[in-house]
Design a protein. Structure first.
Length: 347
């Protein structure tokens, strides 16, 4: 397959000015900012150094730094113990270790994360905002599978006015006789502006918490940085919405049990026009997102409002060969482009 540049992708956008261009971001988006923080190696080493006996044994036996593979193997081992009538205490220990690994992974993301938004250099933040605006200005949406705060920070810091994550406040004492200065407003609750939403966190993210009644988005205040407030919640046992299951089916099951994630996934299944990916490699545990893309193509139906083309950014020759091997899994026209030419975070 021909390897295009990001300028070629922009050229296609120019030829189709009425077509929406959507963006799917994967972990490569964060790694392009700082691979020392957001790589699997960094997360693996952080967890390994926690000095937890069970986690150390798991990381020592399952020789991979891909946490999705580790979690899938733990789930498979637990299922095999049950199927063969094995020791229920051992199965319970495996389930507990899997849960501990998920919490540790979330803790690692939090601990390694830049402290606050202004730790991201201004030039890099502005360069990224220009990249994101290409898609938002076309009427498209941004979909992210990342848990970190980088996307959220860039959107907020650069006043990208046409981004909507679906959250808003509700007036908690809606009485017409209450003066404005005495009105009480809720936390940021997802759903109030979901009809205009164009930023979607497909696998959850650090700021989003499900309290069982509503999805709350944590926010800054004049006293605490956002990451501090997220950490405070985690210290008392509250955890962000966070999809860490192994394979695609398990991820989809998790998604369908949360109304925010379900809404985001359903939106992704309905994208129209073209979809560009950056830092997303469509690995063996991403079947649910390939299925969503294929649903959006409305294959075999003669309609205009569907997904016509997919532009996949690749970083290496290995990435390119992988996509070429699975290209027939997609039901729309697929293009490849050199992800490095996008210069998402600047030169």
């Amino acid at each position: 397959m021909k390897l295009e540049t990001f300028d070629d992708v922009l050229g296609s956008l120019g030829k189709n000015p009425n077509r929406e261009f959507h963006l799917l971001l994967g972990n490569g988006f964060s790694m392009a900012y700082d691979s020392a923080i957001f790589s699997y190696n960094a997360l693996h080493d952080f967890i390994k150094n926690l000095d937890d006996e069970d986690l150390s044994k798991i990381l020592g036996v399952i020789e991979t730094r891909n946490f999705e593979v580790i979690m899938q193997q733990l789930d498979n081992f637990s299922a095999l113990i049950a199927a063969f009538g094995g020791d229920p205490k051992l199965r319970k220990r495996i389930v507990a270790a899997s849960a501990k690994l998920k919490k540790s992974l979330l803790g690692a993301v939090r601990a390694l994360h830049p402290e606050h938004v202004f730790k991201v250099p201004k030039k890099q933040s502005q360069a990224c905002s220009h990249f994101l605006n290409v898609f938002l200005n076309s009427g498209g949406s941004i979909y992210s599978t990342n848990y970190d705060l980088l996307l959220y920070w860039v959107l907020m810091r650069n006043s990208i006015v046409n981004h909507v994550d679906g959250c808003g406040r509700e007036l908690e004492n809606p009485d017409e006789f209450v003066p404005p200065e005495e009105q009480i407003w809720s936390e940021l609750i997802w759903g109030k502006h979901r009809d205009e939403q164009n930023v979607f966190y497909l696998h959850g993210a650090l700021p989003f918490f499900d309290n069982g009644v509503a999805v709350i988005k944590e926010e800054y205040n004049e006293y605490n940085y956002l990451l501090e407030k997220i950490s405070d919640r985690m210290e008392v046992g509250e955890y962000p919405i966070f999809v860490t299951a192994g394979d695609g089916n398990q991820k989809l099951t998790h998604i369908m049990h949360n109304h925010y994630l379900t809404y985001c996934y359903d939106s992704f299944c309905k994208v129209e026009g073209s979809l560009v990916t950056f830092g997303f490699n469509f690995g063996p545990n991403d079947e649910h997102l390939i299925d969503a893309i294929n649903r959006a193509t409305k294959h075999g139906r003669k309609v205009r409002n569907k997904l016509w083309s997919l532009y996949i950014g690749v970083y290496s020759e290995a990435d390119r060969k992988h996509i070429e091997q699975i290209v027939n899994n997609f039901k729309c026209k697929v293009h490849l482009f050199d992800a490095k030419t996008a210069q998402v975070w600047g030169h």
